[in-house]
Write a protein that binds this ligand. Structure first.
Ligand code: MG
Length: 380
């Protein structure tokens, strides 16, 4: 081992992406050194992780129990995350927290010239214009962790030669259900995703296809692509993770057995590639078939809602994200039906006065206001 180890911090180390990232790092101990880990309230798991990985800092949510850890400095809340992201010792930060709490630390890391492996959707959905511009100004790489964007990142050589992005969607648990069945779906049915094992909020978003809608907005920012040139295609087997079409009509796709380990490993290792946690090879001869179909926009109207919010731009995507998330929570708590997630978000968007180029403070203000209004109309 004579090469310098890359220094990494993981924001959200106890979540679904965070724990899988640590499994990746277990296979790459000679390549990476962990600087900091952060959790929300799962201080028990964070303690175990701290004993094993011996980070310099750990951070927990404001008001969480003080983690009983030796040797690591304990930080709290968004101040703590900002402190981690200000430490220029980091070569890369994996932003795997969920929700808007990911935005400010990401901006801090970019300000400090630290590359980002991005698994947090809200960062680009809420503030894509600001984040991408800042990263460009600072020469910082933002490497997406999401399987679809990771696929596109792997396929793109010269952006100027690309005509179209083709983002695949598994279709979720309701792909071939009727609209009536979708409208009356239970929480358990919506949480039973056929391909991917993820957190609860994103699993509901996958059931309504809002997750794909948010991914379209992220793709627009990450790859500087017009919305009209981003196509969604349903692919239930989740083997083709996404594709790009070049201007000469050539299509390049990235394929593999569904596993989040690979995109996580790619994102933190970029521009290098390691064997690491090598996935099981996809056996072309074994696969009976790969299916593709167009999404049914009537059954999954959230997709169009996201396209429209993206095209409107400015604060529209902030409104989309906040209203949807509040409605998803209401659904998970048994307060509304699955389809009401869409009708609620649609209602909030149609009454939202869009601010064209909102500042970060304005973005947080709008987020808060939309959440309050959404809860009001949902009476939760
Ligand atoms: Mg995805």
């Amino acid at each position: 081992m004579n090469t310098k180890r890359k220094k990494i911090s993981i924001l959200g180390s106890t979540g679904s992406i965070g724990t899988q990232a640590l499994e990746v790092l277990d296979k790459l101990q000679d390549k990476f050194e962990i600087i900091a880990l952060s959790a929300g309230r799962n201080t028990e798991l964070l303690k175990k992780q701290t004993e094993k990985y011996k980070p310099k800092y750990v951070c927990v949510a404001e008001g969480a129990d003080k983690p009983d850890v030796d040797g690591a400095k304990i930080l709290y809340g968004s101040e703590g995350l900002n402190q981690i992201c200000s430490d220029k010792e980091n070569d890369i930060i994996l932003v795997a927290v969920s929700g808007k709490v990911g935005l400010k630390p990401t901006l801090t890391a970019i300000d400090n010239g630290i590359n980002i492996a991005l698994a947090n959707k809200e960062t680009l959905v809420m503030a894509g214009d600001i984040v991408i511009k800042k990263a460009k100004d600072k020469g910082v790489d933002i490497i997406p962790v999401d399987s679809e964007h990771c696929a596109i990142h792997q396929c793109i050589k010269n952006r100027n030669d690309v005509d179209k992005l083709i983002i695949t969607a598994s279709g979720g648990p309701f792909l071939h259900k009727t609209l009536e069945e979708i409208k009356s779906a239970t929480v358990e049915q919506a949480l039973a995703h056929p391909r991917w094992n993820m957190g609860r909020k994103i699993t509901i978003d996958s059931a309504t296809l809002m997750n794909k809608g948010l991914e379209i907005i992220e793709a627009h920012h990450l790859f500087n692509m017009d919305y009209k040139d981003i196509e969604v295609i349903i692919h239930p087997q989740s083997i083709v993770h996404s594709a790009i079409e070049y201007k000469d009509g050539s299509i390049i796709a990235q394929l593999g057995v569904p596993s989040m380990h690979i995109p996580i490993q790619y994102a933190i290792s970029y521009p290098e590639r390691f064997e690491g946690i090598k996935s099981q090879s996809f056996d072309f001869a074994q696969a009976a078939r790969l299916d593709f179909e167009r999404p049914d926009y009537k059954k999954f109207p959230s997709l169009d809602l996201a396209y429209n919010a993206g095209i409107q731009g400015g604060s529209a995507t902030v409104c989309l994200n906040a209203a949807n998330e509040e409605a998803v929570f209401a659904f998970l708590n048994g307060k509304i039906r699955l389809y009401d997630i869409y009708t609620t978000t649609e209602k909030m968007l149609s009454s939202h006065n869009i601010i064209k180029n909102p500042s970060i403070d304005e973005i947080f203000g709008i987020d808060k206001e939309i959440r309050i209004k959404t809860r009001e109309i949902l009476k939760v």
